[in-house]
Design a protein around this ligand. Structure first.
Ligand SMILES: Cc1cc2nc3c(=O)[nH]c(=O)nc-3n(C[C@H](O)[C@H](O)[C@H](O)COP(=O)(O)O)c2cc1C
Ligand SMILES: [Fe+2]
Ligand SMILES: [Fe+2]
Length: 394
């Protein structure tokens, strides 16, 4: 959006829309681009800016602020999170606003020095629950660490009933509309994919933050990426469901294949699962997008992994996917593995061990030699049936 939006009296969106970006953190695909939301809060006496934008959008940010106030008059730069997509313009804002103090948690102030050379005398550390009076407007700071870095905090403005949780509750969407209610269908699924890839390992921290938010009269949820929510119960309810680990009767199948043998086993297994009436989502890792896999794993009861043996272990694509699953820690902890090998085998045992060490219960693997014969396909079907029955049993 090239315009500035007054979301509530004296609270302005002054962020940047990045329509053309296609990858984030060298990992997360951005089919819809993204935005870096920055908010200007104008009180009777003081002005605060909440988070900045990525470095290449610095001039745009300063220009947008300039349509509301003289940027040199900014008193506080609230840094909810130090990551460069939001902090990248801190040096430019601190230079444009010579009397501004950077407001952050203790760890945030340390990280502002590491990432942006902000000297301690230009910083103000805020503790959980502390407030800052802007004159007719207040900022209240909530300690919400590890969402998704150690320094993260959330800012609340009671007069606008606006919550600024930075990355938490965000989604990567570029749009000419600010509100989720105007954008429609994409908002919640994209917030889920975002949660899966960034926040899922910190689910218990997310629940703690949501409990804190429940005590506030929130009317606007204004994260640092994507839409602002003016019916906050939608995003807060969905987020609570994801973070609480509520599971659906759904199986996610990940596989790779070089000559089609593992794929033939996969087909037999999936056929058995489907005939039990259980939902299956398949990802051929040669073409799959890890962030979509993770989004499906937010609430899938079971994970099924197929791999040919490759130099004694799992195929590299399967290896990467399973290691990513281990890092992101989805809540469903039932797994099955299968695959084909040429001589010694080994992929299935390797995958079973990796998944078990991440807390999975792994059913007895099916590993065959070469292309599957009738008995092998039957074994794959039996494995599929077993997973489906376990999923149905809950
Ligand atoms: C690069 C490469 C490495 C392999 N390494 C092993 C191995 O270490 N041990 C083994 O038993 N088979 C190994 N194989 C054989 C495959 O596991 C076997 O051909 C298998 O049937 C392939 O399954 P697919 O058709 O699903 O790709 C290797 C094959 C390739 C192409
Ligand atoms: Fe971040
Ligand atoms: Fe971010």
């Amino acid at each position: 959006m090239s315009k500035v939006v007054e979301m509530a009296p004296g609270i302005f969106w002054v962020g940047a829309t990045d329509w053309h970006r296609r990858i984030f953190d060298c990992f997360f695909s951005l089919p819809y681009g993204t935005s870096y939301n920055s908010y200007l809060i104008k009180g009777g006496q003081k002005t605060a800016l909440i988070d900045t934008v990525a470095r290449e959008f610095g001039d745009q940010l300063i220009g947008k602020i300039g349509t509301v106030v003289d940027p040199s008059t900014i008193d506080y730069l609230v840094m909810n999170h130090a990551e460069p997509d939001h902090g990248g313009t801190i040096p430019q804002v601190m230079a444009a606003a010579p009397k501004a103090k950077l407001v952050a948690t203790k760890r945030g102030v340390e990280m502002a020095a590491v990432f942006y050379d902000v000297p301690p005398e230009r910083c103000r550390i805020v503790a959980d629950g502390e407030t800052l009076d802007l004159g007719g407007k207040t900022l209240q700071f909530l300690d919400t660490p590890w969402l998704h870095w150690p320094e993260t905090m959330t800012t609340f403005c009671p007069q606008g009933q606006a919550l600024f949780p930075c990355d938490f509750l965000g989604a990567h969407i570029a749009s000419d509309k600010l509100f989720a209610e105007e954008i429609g269908g994409l908002s919640i699924p994209e917030a889920k994919r975002y949660y899966a890839a960034i926040m899922m390992p910190f689910a218990s921290r997310a629940l703690r933050a949501l409990d804190k938010f429940d005590e506030l009269p929130v009317k606007l949820v204004a994260p640092s990426h994507g839409p602002v929510h003016s019916t906050p119960e939608h995003i807060l309810g969905a987020q609570r469901r994801w973070a609480s680990g509520a599971l659906e009767p759904k199986i996610v199948v990940l596989y790779a294949t070089m000559y089609g043998s593992t794929e033939a086993l996969k087909a037999a297994l999936v056929d058995a699962v489907s005939s039990k009436g259980v939902e299956v989502v398949e990802y051929n890792l040669a073409v799959a997008d890890l962030s979509h896999i993770m989004a499906d794993l937010v609430d899938a009861r079971a994970l099924v992994v197929g791999s040919p043996t490759f130099i004694g272990g799992a195929h590299p694509l399967v290896h990467t996917a399973v290691e990513t699953v281990r890092m992101l820690r989805p809540p469903g902890k039932l797994a099955a593995v299968f695959g084909s090998s040429g001589w010694s085998g080994g992929a299935a045992a390797h995958l079973k061990a990796r998944l078990e060490s991440a807390g999975y219960e792994v059913l007895e693997p099916v590993e065959i030699k070469g292309p599957p014969r009738a008995a092998d396909l039957e074994a794959a079907r039996a494995l599929g049936q077993q997973v489906a029955e376990r999923v149905l049993a809950g």
